[in-house]
Ligand binder design. Structure first.
Ligand code: DQA
Length: 141
């Protein structure tokens, strides 16, 4: 089982950005938590982050050529704007789970649309970093 965990814009700023919403732990903490979870389950995992939409599209396309079995994606603000990310996920047809650290459904109106949701097998929100582990376990079953 090979999983790609993809984080979008501003998620490299975890721990600094709006800690009341996203918590005090850093992106490095998140990656360490995911890597240790995956190693205990014998899952091969790669964690990537970019602030750039096109780079995220490139990473999704590369996952096809790398024969990745599942994608966990937190597209950050691109969740609410990016048809390009949706089309990339449709192109590669890799089972995908969408994760949001915050409870997006309880936030502003402009966050209520998710393009990625059209392809995601499951959306997990409001569970903090644990949401990523739940997504990985879902794909691993
Ligand atoms: C987020 C929610 C998005 O609305 C926001 O733009 C983010 C993070 C989350 O993890 O809760 O950058 O995806």
């Amino acid at each position: 089982m090979k999983i790609l965990v993809l984080n979008g814009p501003n998620l490299n700023m975890l721990g600094i950005r709006e800690p009341d919403i996203y918590g005090k732990s850093t992106y490095k903490d998140l990656v360490e938590m995911i890597e240790s979870h995956c190693s205990s389950k014998g899952i091969e995992v790669q964690c990537l982050q970019s602030n750039h939409e096109g780079t995220l599209v490139d990473y999704i396309q590369q996952a096809y050529f790398d024969k990745v079995d599942g994608i966990v994606i937190n597209p950050g603000a691109y969740t609410h704007t990016s048809v390009a990310l949706l089309d990339a996920l449709k192109a590669v047809q890799i089972p995908t789970v969408e994760v949001h650290i915050s409870a997006v459904n309880e936030r502003e109106d402009f966050r209520q649309i998710s393009y990625v949701s059209y392809i995601a097998k499951k959306t997990i929100m409001g569970k903090g970093f644990d949401g990523y582990l739940e997504a990985i376990d879902y794909l691993n079953n």
